[in-house]
Each structure stands twice: as structure tokens, then as C-alpha cells.
Design a protein around this ligand. Sequence first.
Ligand code: SF4
Ligand code: SF4
Length: 313
Amino acid sequence: MGRIETVWVGRGGQGIVTATYIIANAAIIDGYYAIANPEFGAERRGAPVKAFLTISDAPIEDQEPIKMPDVAIVFDDKLIDLMRFVLDAVRPGGYIIINSGKPPEEVKKIVSRDDVYIVVLDAIDIARRHVKLDVPNGPLAGAFSKVMGLPKLESIRQAFENQLGKAVEENFAATKEAFETATVIPPARVDPSARPKGVISTTSAFLAGPYEIVEWTAVNKGGVVFPGTSLHYRTGGWRIEKPVIDHAKCIMCRKCWLYCPDDAVIEAWREVEGPRGRKFRMKAIEFDYDFCKGCSVCAEVCPTGAIQMVREI
Ligand code: SF4
Ligand code: SF4
């Protein structure tokens, strides 16, 4: 088998790190060597997270971040643009496994590579049905086992026992369904001697954004770093679900505004029609979807049930 290098990308709270530990644990049960290293940016639920996992039939002596993976696993299709530098770095003939509710051919177009296997599964839907949580790691582990031929399903089940110690059968049912149903689109062409379009570097994540990279040595001693940069960091891309309001139920108590951790509940003028057909404008609650990260706190605190969370991916 040699060595398989993988990169797992998703959001804090989706179980990325747990997924790599489970696959590493299961691979070790199967008699391989494995090492899993997570890499965090902002340690917040919903923030993009990257984790590296290497499996080998020989001892693994290095712990370097992986630059050109054989497999990339994407926990959320809305991360494709943000994490395109990871997808571009997958070796020709490698695998990109994506959690998406979109049709597989549409996902292939978005990924925009025809020299790798694209594996698509609706891991959120599978996880919701079996585990009753939006945590797609079990199904993605199943898709990984299907296309890589390891670890064995039974070893993944054992790893759930070791790593989670609870909800083992539910997680295993989700893993098994993904193993059986994930769609695999083969590459149109593979030149095994070709190199991928890019490599994963430590600054890749920042280069994907609209920023100019300034080395620390270029900052003057005692220089001032200006506030307000969070305005450039659009956390709306973190969402799995978005809040939608039913204005007829809203009593404008503003509890949602008070509790929103991202200042994403806003008031906007809205045109409404009165009982006699007269139109007038009134203030109403809306959401700033550029910054709403879909935490659902607003829906939880709303006393009238005016806010519903609606799935986006
Ligand atoms: S889901 Fe609601 S509370 Fe959470 S960030 Fe969005 S608007 Fe704010
Ligand atoms: S918490 Fe509910 S009722 Fe209160 S302002 Fe927000 S949406 Fe309206």
C-alpha cells in the first residue's frame, strides 16, 4: 500500500478532528501505522479547520503538514472556494470526497478537476437520520473506507467504541450507509507523472482572501495595527443553516438582536400593506447573511417562534 496522505477540511464543531482520530485508530487496528495532526485557525464553532492524516505500512517518522495530499475530504461544499488551494493540491489520480446535497455532476463542475476521483455524498442527511446531529464525520469515514479500501468497516466500528464510547451503533449505521451509497465519479484522464496545480502552504488560507500579505518584518517598530478587520472576514460562509423570519409572528422584542454573537441581526425598513390596502413602511428584523454564521441562537431565544433555521447545504 505504501503511504496515503490526506487532508480533512471543515468547520469547528463538525467533528473533523474526531474523524481523523477515528480513521487513524481504525487503521492501526488493521495493522497500519497512522498519525493525525489537526491545524486550527480561530478556535470557534463554525470556523474553518484543517486536519492532516497519514496512513502507512511503514513507521511514520515525520509530522510535517501535508503539501500534496492523495485524498482531500471536504466537510461542507460551501468551503470549496475558500479551500480551493487544498483541492488544487490533490495529486492527479487522487480523491476528493465532498459532503454535499447537490447532484454529483454539479459538485464535479464546482470542483473543476477532471484528473481526480470525485466522491459525493449527502453526509449531513445521513448523519441526521442515524445520529440526529449535523455531524458528518461518520458518513465521510464510510466514504473514505469505500474508495481507499481501508480501514475495514468493522475496525471503524471498533474505533467509534474507542474514541466516542457512546452512540456507536448510530454512528456505525451512518458510516455503513455512506460506504454503500457514496457516488464515485472517475477522472476523465490521469497522467500519474503530472504534478497538482498547487501545494498547500501555511499562508494558502490567507492568500485565498482579499488581503495583501505583509511579512512581520515589514511592520515598523511601534507600528499601529488598525481595528475593523473583522469586517473583511465574512463568517457567513461558515453556515450550514440560515435563519429565516416570519414577520407575521415577530413582536419586535429584539431578543434575537441582543443574543446574536455576530451582530448579524439587523433592522431594515420593510413595506407592508395595511387592512385598507394602504401601504406604509415599518422597521423589521432581517439578517446580514454576509456575517450570520448559522449558530441558531436567535431561533432558540425567539419567544414567538418567528425564526426558523433552514438548511443551505
Ligand atoms: S443564526 Fe442568528 S444568532 Fe446566529 S449568527 Fe445568524 S443571526 Fe446571529
Ligand atoms: S426574538 Fe423573535 S419576536 Fe423578538 S424581535 Fe427577534 S424575531 Fe422578532
